[in-house]
Design a protein around this ligand. Sequence first.
Ligand SMILES: *Cc1c(COP(=O)(O)O)cnc(C)c1O
Length: 396
Amino acid sequence: MSFQNPVFIPGPTNIPEVIRKACDMPTLDHRSAEFRKIFDPAVAGVKKVLKTTSAEIVIFPASGTGGWEAAICNTLSPGDKVLAARHGMFSHRWIDLCQRHGLDVQVIEAGWGDGVPVDAYAKALRDDTDHKIKAVLATHNETATGVLSDIAQVRKALDAVNHPALFLVDGVSSIGSVDFQMDAWGVDVAVTGSQKGFMLPAGLAIVGVSQKALAATETAQLSRTFFDFNDMLKSYATGGYPYTPAVGLLNGLATAVDMLLEEGLDTVFARHHRIAEGVRRAVFAWGMTPCANSPELYSNTVTAIRVPEGFNATEIVTLAAKTYGIAFGVGLGEVAGKVFRIGHLGSMTDVMALSGIATAEMAMADLGYPITLGSGVAAAQDYYRSHGNATALAAE
Ligand SMILES: *Cc1c(COP(=O)(O)O)cnc(C)c1O
């Protein structure tokens, strides 16, 4: 692997130089007023990115998986029923985590390439007249398949039957790169990590907690210590943390949210749409298709690409790493060997994306795929040239 090259895995993502520098800090007393000068702006910025004014932000020294665990342990009790869909590796892992905590998961199986099955959710909620379902889980962006689901529609399904269940959303590979509206969508717990849209190293679980979710902590019986929301919020109120925070990462987070807000969230989202669309044009030019089953599901943060029958997609990833020093994502679980993934979230520009597309072409040509070198690059170039603004701030 070459450190000169960008990575095209869907997390951890490329770290802009200014963020790397911000993370590199001398030791600072996390009980001092100096710490609050880092922490408070980071929290205020995260609220803006999540589009919430009413939720609390809790930040654990953990990864996204820790955020999943925090979401359930703080709000639910053993044996509680939760509704979830399995349509890729990440939704699968969250279900597994819930089951290991003794929750009764009503799993709706969907295709790996489909979105959260809103109609099936609506039916399950309609049928649940005595409100046994205590929480509804949704994975906003299924990173394994490159599928973005419609979270507002899931909220509508809950509201249509006035269902009181909590709404817990995994936004790990969406938040910061595509629109996420915690308040408007009525999300009770929103989960993300530092190493995806926030362009940081791994090490922070960033969690938005609604007032309704906070109220649920009063009766929730699952055990929690490290991940206790109330311990965190009590300490925040008195100026500190219940244990040692990752100060350097939090300083990086303050810089990251500044960068996103300075570029403007709408500009950030438009940039990711443009980059992703160029990648998709390349995929079609290769005669291949995204794993996502229909255009409205296409993710603007990661594209999983189905390779032709008779080829093993994992070989593209292995060869690209070995020969060209470029990291792509392999297919996971049900789509292992069938897809490879180009991650384009976080710090990414049109020009960086072109280098990834070009490298994928070289790797596929080396492996005897029936593609013409330059075909995908040309398709993406055409799109980028006609859809302007290639100078994205995030690359500075
Ligand atoms: C990366 C990812 C996770 C897991 O996050 P970690 O930081 O690796 O623990 C969960 N959900 C989604 C959708 C992801 O992309």
